[in-house]
Design a protein around this ligand. Structure first.
Ligand code: NAD
Length: 481
């Protein structure tokens, strides 16, 4: 028996097999999650397919349902947030905010207008461009923000009239399973299902014939597999993938001021944010001051179990990621880098790692060139701004980036040269439901959020209503005859 249930076709579903979910603050399994079988996945997609026709036809019902979903989520913070902390590791206050934000996203999409665009309205024709739902959506999410990233998909997909089956990461399945279970009464059976399992389950979903769209958030490596699996039957894909965000500090920036904000932008969620700052380029003239200030913030940050009220950072989420961060930091140090502060795992159970500031690296050092996705930040000096911009862009990653200066216009001119989906000026990680978010280059295909994200769950349809009696069969032929 698992401790949590899947929601399939409006009913709860246990599974014959289960897998353990680890609390990263202890390294111990604390709950069993259901392992979805192939026939259960078929059942989830079948029910989604059956629910689609009625759901697509009732926009009013969809908007109302999303508002109720927001209420249920916000009213369940007390139940969902501690669960999120237990499986993900983040401090309880951050978990509470994540559940709240999931509700906010539902509210935003419930109220987002999607008017048809009229492109011709004359004696010949009335022509409109409308958006139609795609059908069944397969949604696959990672472990860093399991709940909010789920609702970046669920809210727009359902508003657009699709039905959806979600699979959370095997490291963090529980909050998503519980949230979808709590939401079952808010939508007709089959509109929203949740299944859990390992990576194989994700692969079954992407190659399954039912979904017409795969909305995926995760690593670049897996994103490429998803694109391949979706190709044979031309499923639509949105891929929100990894990042290696540069922050470029200009020479007029106040070192103390930028260090505070850059620290927050790099270490939020223990660095496990796709668009966290993952490398900092600082003019040689203020390099040491910025590094000292960053290190002071790192030393002052309380790392601990997310259930302890004074913990500002929790553990790394899972053992493979913990090993990866240890490996990347050790590689940098053995290559000549200095850990100005931190540099080691913490001597306690669980996957705790000291907040680490690294200097003395090159762009080729693995922790600079690769996505570390953890609490270790490399700082690199530069002497030519053009050179810094070139180095920032010299990568396959292109998720986001930021530029920091006392002169926002000067920073904006530099930001315009960054090859990425979001360019921030004097801030980082500023996101909202109305703002499109997605990656350039290998950081993704498509965007989420705002009307742009909504449209990714739709197909464009041109509706041409003729107003003349004599052009029944002409179309474009009539124009050329
Ligand atoms: P991951 O790619 O290992 O796993 C993500 C999800 O994909 C999980 O649910 C996993 O079970 C599933 N999966 C694995 N193999 C699959 C396959 N072959 N087919 C289908 N699904 C499969 O990523 P992760 O380690 O969970 O997450 C960390 C990565 O996610 C980082 O690279 C991070 O930058 C990225 N991320 C991106 C965004 C964004 O919006 N761009 C947001 C958060 C995280």
């Amino acid at each position: 028996m698992s401790d949590f249930v899947m929601s399939i076709g409006g009913s709860t579903a246990d599974a014959e097999a289960t897998f353990g979910v680890i609390n990263p603050a202890t390294g111990e399994v604390f709950a069993q999650a259901p392992e979805c079988s192939r026939s259960q996945l078929d059942a989830a997609f079948d029910s989604a397919q059956r629910a689609f026709d009625a759901w697509r036809d009732d926009e009013d019902q969809r908007r109302k349902a999303l508002l109720v979903m927001a209420d249920v989520l916000m009213g369940s913070i007390g139940e969902l947030a501690p669960l999120l902390t237990s499986e993900q590791g983040k401090p309880l206050a951050d978990a509470q905010f994540e559940v709240f934000a999931a509700g906010m996203w539902c509210q935003y999409f419930a109220n987002l207008e999607t008017p048809a665009q009229t492109i011709q309205d004359d004696q010949d024709a009335f022509v409109q461009v409308v958006r139609r739902p795609l059908g069944v959506v397969a949604a696959i999410t990672p472990w860093n923000f399991p709940l909010i990233l789920a609702f970046w998909k669920i809210a727009p997909a359902l508003l657009a009239g699709n039905t959806l089956v979600i699979k959370p990461s095997p490291f963090t399945p529980l909050t998503t399973l519980k949230a979808v279970e709590l939401l079952q009464d808010t939508v007709p059976a089959g509109v929203l299902s949740a299944v859990s399992g390992g990576d194989d389950l994700g692969a079954w979903m992407t190659s399954h014939p039912a979904p017409r769209k795969v909305s995926f958030t995760g690593s670049i490596e897996t994103g490429k597999k998803v694109a391949l699996a979706a190709a044979p039957d031309l499923k639509r894909v949105t891929l929100e993938l990894g990042g290696n965000d540069p922050a470029i500090v200009l020479d007029d920036a106040d070192p103390a001021l930028v260090a505070r904000a850059i620290f927050a932008g790099a270490f939020n969620n223990n660095g496990q944010v796709c668009s966290a700052i993952k490398r900092v380029y600082v003019p040689a003239s203020i390099h040491d001051e910025v590094v000292d200030a960053l290190a002071a913030h790192a030393r002052a940050t309380k790392v601990g179990d997310g259930t302890e009220p004074d913990s500002k950072l929790g553990p790394i989420n899972n053992a493979p990621q913990y090993e990866r961060v240890k490996e990347l930091v050790a590689d940098a140090i053995s290559g000549g880098a200095t850990a100005v502060t931190g540099g080691s795992a913490m001597d306690r159970p669980g996957y705790f790692f000291e907040p680490t500031i690294l200097t003395g690296l090159t762009d080729a050092t693995r922790i600079v060139a690769e996505e570390q996705f953890g609490p270790a930040l490399p700082v690199l000096a530069y002497t030519s701004l053009d050179d810094a911009i070139e180095r920032a862009n010299a990568t396959h990653f292109g998720l986001s980036g930021s530029v920091w200066s006392a002169d926002p216009d000067r920073a904006a001119a530099v930001a315009a040269k960054l090859e990425c989906g979001t360019a921030w000026i004097n801030t980082h990680l500023a996101l909202g439901p109305a703002q499109p978010f997605g990656g350039a280059k290998w950081s993704g295909i498509g965007v989420e959020n705002g009307p742009w994200g909504l449209s990714e769950f739709t197909e464009v349809q041109a509706v041409y209503r003729s107003r003349t009696a004599d052009d029944l069969n002409i179309g474009i032929a009539g124009l050329v005859s």
